[in-house]
Design a protein around this ligand. Structure first.
Ligand code: COA
Ligand code: AMP
Length: 626
């Protein structure tokens, strides 16, 4: 199995002549002002793309298509099995709604460069909110609905939004979750005060509006439509918070020009989805996949984008995905491996897919975590199309490695996320920074310059950006993942090298959970690890050591700790298990052996032999997981 020539030459050119390669792609967009330089190699800590250029994301995603006569075509295909709503928004309607919301925000004082926080479920309104910000040059920061008030508060304080756009509620399966109390609690915790909060009122639960709170429909009805404002290609389009190695979330900044250029390339190069064909990313606008592939990329490429408010199973059954693919003749479908495992659990024989005419479907794309070979094979047997695992990060905004189906479909190797995409020059390094031989695991890095679309920084934290990503191996971006390149050049991403854990495709910080546990009065110290889970990939498990003299019963303590994590971080953490230990296993220098605990929890033989002091506690852990 080898890589074939066409793609190899294509990728080589992206590394050898990055300026020419990406300028060609940039030429497919409409710019208000052409860039002065494609790549400013002198910029630090990383080179910058399209400096001097001026562009507007909303113009390219919406107005450009309306002006070209496509206003009557579908832009958003809303499928909400949780509310029973199915509706279509055309490009012309999208332009009108986005322009009015932009105008409403402007009337509230939002100016170019101001931040707007979006706390909404997956819905056309959330996409409209993002595009309205882009239209007037404001910087959106979408917060996923599954986070609790404290996490929301930390994002409000960091981004300092002038306005918050929210929904009155989210709907999780059969549960209606009012958002207003969470937002109000977050604003009580936060030091920053936005000027206004606007609520999209949903029939399932209406928010009772107080001072400073406005009704979405009313402000839009009163608004003057806003025009698209040109912004610098290097200006931020959005901030998206993600988990890092400490409890404080990282505000990943996405710049405008380079991001649009990469996304437009990817719709053809990776997703093989010509304009007019339906595209579906069954993710959430609260995650990077939702930003890129529910909102910006399909609209840039004039694809109808499915906006799905539901779950792979239970809304109402494990056939939801297939029915929507049939209904909209979806060509390219993107979801998380955990979603496919959820369907497989409920419908192992694939009964729901059997009679579905999914002949429109060309490829299925999976990301968010490594696709285990069994899930990949089950999915491709079920659907009869190539299933492509591709590797992503919030930092990168699009795939680092993927199968370039639109250029040339490479042979699929289950367990591998295939090959580097244009502009990605990858290596697996040992501790000393030397590349490891093929087949050996190392820290995965990418050599500078990174392709357009890669984050130019962390919001308000330039030092953290440099230290977290560029200090360990000079000249390289430290991805935080480890893995190996096989003899055919295929990348296999195997694990994180830091304290980030991945629960149902959601990136979470074990340190953030530890901060909550250790704040409990009975807890002296603690560790949280990500244990392998058949459905969610990983689930967090906590271990605590009690303060001497504490006689709190383990069950009562566990219940309090589980409730505390849920209240502080949110239900999305899925923190449901905690154990009391006599001590924590540690290295001689006092570092907690989280990896060893994880190995025991996963039923593996620990790789580091225990010290005499650790032997007893490792025995305790073995007993828990026996
Ligand atoms: N708003 C409020 N609460 C939310 C939420 C949201 N947007 N999203 C999740 N939650 C809550 C859930 O209700 C659940 O709460 P509970 O503990 O009260 O049951 C908790 O957070 C965990 O949710 P979830 O991770 O969705 O687990 P689940 O058991 O409900 O469903 C899967 C399991 C596999 C079906 C689901 O995780 C899934 O579809 N994952 C795909 C993830 C994905 O697309 N990731 C994007 C990467 S591409
Ligand atoms: P996020 O920033 O939330 O998109 O999470 C990024 C992290 O998810 C990566 O650093 C990986 O650890 C993991 N991840 C995402 N996609 C894949 C994949 N296809 N294979 C392996 N790991 C993945």
């Amino acid at each position: 199995m080898t890589r074939t020539e066409a793609y190899l030459q294509y990728h080589d050119r992206s590394l050898a002549e990055p300026e020419a390669f990406w300028a060609e792609q940039a030429g497919r967009l409409e710019w208000h002002r052409r860039w002065d330089s494609v790549l400013d190699r002198e910029a630090r800590p990383i080179p910058r793309w399209f400096a001097g250029g001026q562009i507007n994301a909303c113009h390219n995603c919406v107005d450009r298509h309306v002006e070209a006569g496509h206003g009557g075509e579908a832009a958003l295909l809303y499928e909400s099995p949780v509310t029973g709503v199915s509706s279509v928004v055309t490009y012309a309607e999208l332009q009108d709604r986005v322009a009015r919301l932009g105008g409403a925000m402007r009337a509230m004082g939002v100016e170019k460069g101001d931040r707007v926080l979006v706390y909404m479920p997956n819905s056309p309104q959330a996409v409209i909110a993002m595009l309205a910000c882009a239209r007037i040059g404001a910087v959106h920061s979408v917060v996923f609905g599954g986070f609790a008030a404290r996490e929301l508060a930390s994002r409000i304080d960091d981004a300092a939004p002038r306005v918050v756009l929210a929904a009155s509620c989210g709907i999780e399966g059969t549960k209606v979750l009012p958002y207003q109390p969470i937002l109000r609690e977050a604003l009580d915790i936060a030091a920053h005060r936005p000027d206004a909060c606007v609520f999209w009122q949903r029939d399932q639960h209406r928010a009772d509006l107080g001072p400073g709170e406005h009704d979405w429909d009313e402000v839009i009805a009163a608004a003057e439509p806003a025009e698209c404002v040109p912004v610098a290609a290097t200006d931020p389009l959005y901030i998206l918070y993600t988990s890092g190695t400490t409890g404080a979330p990282k505000g990943i900044v996405r710049d405008t020009g380079g991001h649009l250029v990469t996304l437009l390339w990817s719709m053809a190069g990776i997703y093989d989805c010509p304009p007019g064909e339906a595209f579906w990313a069954a993710s959430d606008v609260g995650w990077v996949v939702g930003h890129s592939y529910i909102c910006y990329a399909p609209l840039l490429n004039r694809n109808p984008s499915v906006v799905f408010e539901g779950k792979p199973v239970g809304t109402p059954d494990a056939g939801t995905f297939w029915r929507i693919i049939v209904k909209h003749r979806v060509r390219s479908f993107f979801t998380a491996p955990t979603a496919m495992r959820a369907i497989k659990q409920v419908d192992p024989q694939g009964e729901f897919a059997r009679d579905a005419d999914i002949s429109s479907l060309r490829h299925v794309y999976l990301a968010g975590e490594r696709t285990d070979p069994a899930t990949l094979e089950w999915t491709s047997d079920l659907l009869g199309v190539p299933v492509i695992d591709h590797w992503w990060q919030t930092e990168t905004g699009s795939a680092i490695t993927a199968n370039p189906a639109g250029i040339e479909l490479m042979p699929i190797k289950p367990g591998s996320s295939t090959l580097p995409m244009p502009g990605w020059d990858l290596a697996c390094l040992d501790e000393a920074g030397d590349p490891v031989p093929a087949g050996e695991t190392g820290a995965i890095v990418a050599r500078l310059p990174l392709p357009p679309g890669f984050t130019p920084g962390l919001w308000g934290a330039p030092e953290r950006f440099r230290e977290a990503y560029f200090e360990r191996f000079p000249g390289c971006y430290l991805t935080g993942d480890s893995g190996f390149v096989d003899e055919d050049g295929y990348l296999h991403v195997m694990a994180r090298i830091d304290d980030v854990i991945n629960v149902a495709g959601h990136r979470l910080s074990s340190s953030a959970m530890e901060e909550v546990l250790v704040a409990h009065p009975a807890v002296a110290e603690c560790a949280v690890i990500g244990m392998a889970d058949e459905l969610k990939g990983q689930v967090p498990v906590g271990f605590v050591v009690l303060k001497s003299g504490s006689d709190m019963p383990e069950d009562a303590l566990a219940a309090e700790l589980i409730a505390a994590v849920r209240a502080a971080i949110g239900p999305v953490a899925a923190f449901k298990r905690v154990h009391v230990l006599s001590r924590l296993p540690k290295t001689r220098s006092g570092k907690i052996l989280r990896k060893t605990i994880r190995e025991i929890a996963d039923g593996e033989e620990p790789k580091v032999p225990p010290t005499i002091e650790d032997a007893a506690v490792l025995g305790e852990i073995e007993e828990i997981f026996a």
